[in-house]
Design a protein around this ligand. Structure first.
Ligand SMILES: Nc1ncnc2c1ncn2[C@@H]1O[C@H](COP(=O)(O)OP(=O)(O)OP(=O)(O)O)[C@@H](O)[C@H]1O
Ligand SMILES: [Mg+2]
Length: 374
């Protein structure tokens, strides 16, 4: 038996009173949680998954004050372990401070006990290898940065109306696997109106006027992604610049765009030690692909060399490569992608021999520049 404790709320961020409500997101989360008690939010880095999870946690606490709300930052084994340790201590789980005790095991057992009611948020579960290590890979001995077991083993096995799990991840595959095969709730970029509202909120006090044409054009260049918008606003405010000036700089050339969007500005709503510039954020996704699926990374690098509209499959697939490996690589890439910004699909244009076997890759200019950088 564990000592009675008041409901724990371990979300490490304050509520954002400037939160821009995202169309349909909360109703989709509620609907999936009611049906199967688990849901994954998937989407590009910086698209706003964690902010939705934070806001959901606060709303949940208001409607179910007797439930625990447990936040587990799952970007690495170390952060997962730290979160379990903090939760075990806050819940006063027996022997949590004794040497040799595995806090993840303790928390895992507690989660499965019958009499507790909780929502667990697994944030940034981006690294597939931590949750689903490749079959046949040599399991390294446990170290400070390497778990002995797959983190999936520590996740609650019992979910029901009193026990639910909300995951945020950049990988659609991880999201689906953690949600027992259920489709992810895809988090898209903001709508033009949501993006405009966010820019106005974050750039309060900017010099010069918000002329409609420049702001619309700027949002277009920024791809309607919240992180790019908040970083752009922070840059403009910090350097006492105008929207028009900033836009002109982004549009000057590819190098300038890269330089500006690589700037790291503080974002108090993101974990420390986590990249805030959109380039570094997306590079992290690429690094995961590179470490786990080198073939896919090669493919992505190759794709960036072509006109993204029409790439013959023959150019992407070496003659010696098995078709099944090629399909898997394309699938992995698609799993990390977000449809609007970067989508790969097989185009079979009926009847036209030359068009057969072409990949149509639709990228907006932002996606293209980012891929070019990779
Ligand atoms: N709905 C929103 N309202 C206000 N600001 C937002 C909203 N969504 C995102 N932001 C801003 O954009 C930043 C990036 O969002 P967030 O960290 O949630 O992205 P993410 O999808 O979780 O990215 P990553 O995959 O890198 O973890 C936030 O720190 C915040 O400043
Ligand atoms: Mg996040």
């Amino acid at each position: 038996m564990t000592a009675l404790v008041k409901p724990l709320f371990s979300v490490p961020f304050q509520r954002d009173y400037d939160f821009i409500d995202r169309k349909d997101m909360f109703s989709q989360i509620e609907e999936q949680l009611q049906r199967q008690y688990r849901v994954s939010l998937c989407g590009l880095g910086g698209v706003g998954k964690s902010q939705i999870a934070i806001e959901y946690a606060y709303r949940f606490q208001q409607t179910r004050p007797q439930s625990h709300v447990l936040w587990v930052y799952a970007a690495s084994f170390t952060t997962f372990l730290q979160a379990c340790h903090d939760i075990a201590r806050s819940l006063k789980l027996p022997s949590c401070d004794e040497p040799g005790t595995d806090p993840c095991e303790l928390v895992s057992k507690w989660l499965n006990e019958e009499d507790h009611s909780w929502l667990m948020i697994l944030d940034n579960a981006d690294n597939a290898e931590l949750f689903f290590p490749s079959v046949g890979s040599d399991s390294p001995p446990a170290t400070v940065t390497q778990p002995q077991r797959s983190l999936n083993d520590y996740l609650p096995s019992i979910l029901n109306p009193q026990k639910s799990l909300l995951v945020t991840t950049r990988s659609r595959f991880v999201g689906q696997d953690l949600a027992y095969g259920e489709l992810c709730v895809e988090v898209p970029p903001l709508s033009p109106q949501e993006a405009m509202d966010l820019l106005h909120l974050k750039a309060k006090g900017a010099v010069g006027s918000f002329d409609k044409y420049s702001t619309e054009r700027l949002l277009d260049v920024l791809g309607y992604i919240p992180l790019t918008i908040t970083q752009a606003a922070a840059f403009i405010i910090r350097n006492r610049w105008t929207f028009q000036g900033y836009l002109a700089a982004l549009e000057k050339d590819k190098q300038n765009l890269t330089d500006y969007l690589s700037q790291e500005l503080q974002d108090p709503r993101r974990p420390r030690d986590f990249p805030n510039s959109i380039f570094r954020t997306w590079k992290l996704s690429f690094d995961h692909i590179l470490a786990q699926k080198p073939k896919t990374a090669t493919l992505l690098s190759l794709i960036t060399m072509f006109d993204p509209q029409r790439i013959p499959e023959k150019l992407l697939r070496p003659l010696t490569e098995r078709e099944v490996d090629f399909r898997m690589a394309i699938g992995t890439l698609d799993g990390f992608a977000e449809r609007r910004v970067y989508c790969i699909q097989l185009a079979l244009a009926g009847g036209n021999q030359i068009m057969d076997e072409l990949f149509v890759i639709s990228l907006d200019s932002m996606g293209l520049y980012l891929l070019a950088l990779l």
